[in-house]
Ligand binder design. Sequence first.
Ligand code: AMP
Length: 113
Amino acid sequence: MADTIFGRIIRREIPARVVHEDELCLAFHDVAPQAPVHVLVIPKRPIVSLADVTSDDSPLLGHLVTVASTLARTLGLADGFRLVVNCGRDGGQSVDHLHVHLLGGRRLGWPPG
Ligand code: AMP
């Protein structure tokens, strides 16, 4: 896959407000937050999108969701939160490196636009 801005963040070539890092993933604040808390959880392995995963990726995907849930707790989202994975053009994905949005801190609307 082509390198992306998230690859550059993983390699620390550009700055990000990192809130979690482990051997599998990195989490950092979104640069254009859509809610009081808006964090992105990304795998260090550069998977393009949710359309590209296989069953081999199940443990990694579970890890991303578990990290997001833990961050929701540590970032004070006791009243609830939302995880979003945009996929492909129609899904609104703008960075071709799989990422989970963690959104919270306000009442979120539904359905999405
Ligand atoms: P998506 O539209 O689902 O692909 O989400 C990509 C997200 O990446 C958007 O919410 C952007 O605001 C965010 N983003 C883009 N560049 C950066 C950056 N350098 N640091 C943090 N977040 C970024």
